[in-house]
Design a protein around this ligand. Structure first.
Ligand SMILES: [Zn+2]
Length: 273
């Protein structure tokens, strides 16, 4: 690992992150990805300087240079998150960079695409409380192709073994049932659709671990959130009906499992100690 490279990957990530912001903003809005970005309030076309990730937000103190309207924190946050994501992926595959640079590039590109897609889905879910089919199905398709191409960190065309082959269908099954029984109240069908990709990408053991982790993290955050609301917002009736989108937790659980090679065996061993 190399500090200079980490900084380069971070900066590269912030540039991709600012593109992801555009994708999130324009998805299903009828606007294409072409055309210059502009301020929503005054319509001022942004100059190259105002498009610099994070930096422009800081120097302009979060305001449009034309009209002074506040710019959403979403922009610098997504840029920074993508930056850290790229650093994490670089660290994950750094051992390959000098030995087999082409394999590094393929793995970084493939998983970079997948986690950027998961990030876009997460933010979309947070903003609109929905995981669009177009995104979950794109993830499932890319993960399905990867299942035949990647064996661990190796690039080999192969038939995946036994349970891993059907993990993409097994993992979402119980949650689709929950959706059906609760008529969509306990769980969105979008979450189950997201699990198709998780299953294909991680296999049965690691995929189960990712879903478990996301439930635990989701539960922890929800409890903290409810406590926080009860303490500070002085709301009398804070219920779990204050729907918390589950997509971001699934994405985060998937990232953790992928980066730290967690699977169901390592989780059971952790609790057996
Ligand atoms: Zn403006």
């Amino acid at each position: 690992m190399n500090t200079a490279l980490m900084i380069i990957f971070f900066l590269f990530g912030t540039i991709i992150g600012s593109f992801l912001n555009v994708v999130i903003l324009r998805y299903r809005s009828g606007r294409t990805l072409q055309g210059r970005s502009m301020c929503f309030s005054c319509g001022k076309t942004l100059t190259w300087f105002e498009l610099v990730p994070i930096g422009s937000f800081v120097t302009q103190k979060g305001k449009c240079a034309g009209c002074g309207t506040h710019i959403s924190w979403q922009y610098p946050i997504i840029e920074a998150v993508t930056g850290f994501l790229f650093v994490a992926l670089y660290i994950r595959f750094a051992y390959l960079l000098t030995q087999i640079p082409l394999l590094f590039a393929v793995l970084f590109g493939y998983y970079g695409f997948i986690f950027c897609l998961l990030l876009v889905m997460s933010v979309y879910d947070l903003k609109h409380k929905i995981l669009p089919d177009g995104m979950t199905m794109l993830f499932a398709s890319v993960a399905l192709i990867g299942m035949f191409l990647f064996k661990g960190d190796a690039l080999i065309l192969h038939i995946p073994s036994g349970w891993d082959c059907v993990a993409g269908l097994l993992l979402p099954a119980p949650f689709s049932l929950l959706w059906l029984v609760s008529k969509g109240k306990w769980m969105g069908l979008g979450d189950a659709k997201l699990m198709i990709g998780i299953g294909f990408m991680l296999g049965l053991s690691a995929g189960t671990a990712a879903i478990l982790l996301s439930f635990w993290i989701g539960a922890g955050v929800s409890i903290l959130g409810i406590l926080g609301l009860a303490l500070f917002a002085k709301q009398k009736a804070v219920s779990l009906k204050t729907a918390i989108p589950f997509g971001p937790f699934l994405a985060f659980g998937t990232l953790l499992v992928f980066l730290f090679s967690v699977n169901i065996e390592s989780i059971t061993q952790f609790f057996a100690r």
